[in-house]
Ligand binder design. Sequence first.
Ligand code: KIV
Ligand code: NA
Length: 265
Amino acid sequence: VKKITTNTLQRMKMQGEKIAMLTAYDFSFAKLIDSANIDVILVGDSASNVMAGHETTLPVTLEQMIYHASSVIRGVSRCLVVVDLPFGSYQSNSDVALASAIRMMKETGAHAIKLEGGEEVVESVKRIISAGIPVMGHLGLTPQSIYKFGTYNVRAKEDAEANKLRNDAKLLEEAGCFAVVLEKIPAALAKEVTESVNIPTIGIGAGKYCDGQVLVMHDMLGINTEFKPRFLRQYLNMADEITGAVQQYVKDVKANDFPSETESY
Ligand code: KIV
Ligand code: NA
């Protein structure tokens, strides 16, 4: 199998082929998603929400992200695997950031890391890349800063924040990031940024002009049905399917219909 690398993504941008990215957090789903021809799996810190049930991404730890990432890696044979550095594992200074990135790469076998922010993290980004670790940036609605924003509303609608985002995208490109996620910003701004940098942009709630798209697996498969932002396209209603299957199993057990003769030894 031909493995996807950061070079592949760069080439895809140049050739106008869109990049498809989804999150995964465990072996079994990673295996399914990889064999369905995804380009990139993101082991997102959204694990904090969809795996652990926290309200925000802040509580998930570096150790927990290492567990998720190493599980995902064992299920993957061709796609690129990017892992989020969680809140608290890189913000304090670039020594801490570099140590966290090295641990993540060493203990999981992941191919790249992602961290949130622009100018604030650019020194850390440079040092991590200098160590040979590919970095994906993340701008716009950066959920690790939710208590600074106060809401999950669209970001960068005002000029000041849009200008900072334009500048941050340039800084991340210059620092050597291989791609950047643009989360929940106006489509027109995402288009402008996508055209102004040479690295691929991967959007979530950022319109159709990004070089790629990412969704949280649990949201697009309809496992988590409470979260319905307008940017989400739900491809399955797994919640209904799973509920139905479990209800049927309970019925069969109660009725002593399961197991049958042929299901017994
Ligand atoms: O953690 C995550 O799932 C993400 C994507 C939504 C970009 O960062
Ligand atoms: Na994330």
